[in-house]
Design a protein around this ligand. Structure first.
Ligand code: BQF
Length: 292
C-alpha cells in the first residue's frame, strides 16, 4: 500500500507556481490577484478561506478577503460580485460556499464573470469542461486528476466508481474521468439511491468517495489492489483535539488501506490539492490563459 501524499504534492506545486510568479514579476508582469467573498461565520468556511489566503501568500499572489455578515441581502451580495467583475486589478475571485439559505447560490454563481470564475462553477465553465474545451476546472476534481498523474496511476480503460453526484465534485469528476484527454476511464456514478452500490465498488479499479458520510467505504467494498481517493472532510467532535474536532473522511481508512495499491489520507490527501488547484486556476487567470 502506498500513501498518496496530497500535502507534500501541493507544497511542491505551490513552489512551482511561486517560481513562475517570480519570473512573471521580474519580466515586468502583473502579480496574480485572487479575491474571496466570505459571508457569515461558519467555522469550516472560515478555515477554508484562511487556507486559501495563506496559499496565495505561499504562491506570491496578491489576495483580498471581503467579509460580510450573514444578514447581507442577495441583492447586496450580487452587487459585490458585480464590483469584483469590474475591478481590473482582480484576476479571479471566489464566493465561499455554502451561502445563507436566503441567498440563491446558483444566482450568485451565474453573476460571476466566467472569465474570473476560478472555482469553475459558472455554467459556461461547466459546459466547456463537459465538452473538453479549455476552461477553469473545479479545484477538487482537478486536484484528484493531478494526484493520479503525479503518482503514475493508470486510469485509461480502468473501471472508476464515483460515490456522490454533487455539482462541485461527483458530477465534474465523472465528466473528467470519462474524457479521453483526462481519465479515459469507464465511469460509474453511485449515489444514495443506487442499488448494489457495494457490488459496483468491489468491481472498481479506482474508487472516488465524495458523499460526505464518515467511514462509508468499508473493506468489504474494496477490491484487492484498488486505488481509493477520499474526498470526505466531515468535522466530527474529538475531545482529544485542541480545536474540539477532527476531519473524518468517507473511507474507513484503518481497514481499507491494507487492501489498496494507493490511498489518500484525511487530512493531508485531497484537501490540500483542492486549495492548490485554486492557485493554479488563479495563475491561469493572471496569465489570461483561457479567455480574453
Ligand atoms: C486537509 C470544502 C465542504 C464544503 C465546502 C486541507 C482543506 C480541507 C482539508 C480545505 C472544502 C474542503 C474547502 C485539508 C476547501 C477542502 O489537510 O486534509 C484543506 O481548505 N478545503 C472549501 O473551500 O469548501 C468546502 C468542503
Amino acid at each position: 500500500m502506498q500513501l498518496i501524499d496530497g500535502k507534500a504534492t501541493a507544497a511542491q506545486i505551490k513552489a512551482e507556481i511561486a517560481e513562475e510568479v517570480k519570473q512573471i514579476v521580474e519580466a515586468g508582469g502583473k502579480r496574480p490577484h485572487l479575491a474571496a467573498i466570505l459571508v457569515g461565520h461558519d467555522g469550516g468556511s472560515e478555515t477554508y478561506v484562511r487556507n486559501k489566503v495563506l496559499a496565495c501568500e505561499a504562491c506570491g499572489f496578491k489576495s483580498t478577503l471581503l467579509r460580510f455578515e450573514d444578514t447581507i441581502s442577495e441583492e447586496e451580495l450580487l452587487n459585490e460580485v458585480e464590483k469584483l467583475n469590474r475591478d481590473e486589478d482582480v484576476d479571479g475571485f471566489i464566493v465561499q460556499l455554502p451561502l445563507p439559505r436566503h441567498i440563491s447560490e446558483q444566482k450568485v454563481i451565474e453573476a460571476i464573470d466566467y472569465r474570473k470564475d476560478v472555482d469553475g462553477f459558472h455554467p459556461i465553465n461547466v459546459g466547456r469542461m463537459a465538452i473538453g474545451l479549455p476552461c477553469y476546472i473545479s479545484a477538487t476534481p482537478k486536484g484528484i486528476l493531478e494526484l493520479l498523474r503525479r503518482y503514475h496511476i493508470e486510469t485509461s480503460g480502468r473501471k472508476c466508481v464515483i460515490l456522490g453526484r454533487s455539482n462541485i465534485v461527483g458530477k465534474p469528476m465523472a465528466q473528467l474521468m470519462m474524457q479521453k484527454q483526462y481519465g479515459d476511464a469507464t465511469v460509474t456514478v453511485c449515489h444514495s439511491r443506487s442499488r448494489d452500490l457495494k457490488k459496483e465498488c468491489r468491481e472498481a479499479d479506482i474508487i472516488i468517495a465524495a458523499i460526505g458520510q464518515p467511514d462509508f467505504v468499508t473493506a468489504d467494498m474494496v477490491k484487492d489492489g484498488a486505488t481509493v481517493i477520499d474526498v470526505g472532510t466531515t468535522r466530527v467532535p474529538d475531545a482529544t483535539k485542541k480545536s474540539g474536532f477532527r476531519l473524518n473522511g468517507d473511507v474507513k481508512f484503518s481497514e481499507v488501506a491494507p487492501k489498496c495499491a494507493y490511498i489518500t489520507p484525511v487530512p493531508g490527501g485531497v484537501g490540500p490539492m483542492t486549495i492548490c488547484m485554486l492557485m493554479k486556476n488563479t495563475l491561469s487567470a493572471g496569465k489570461k490563459e483561457f479567455y480574453q
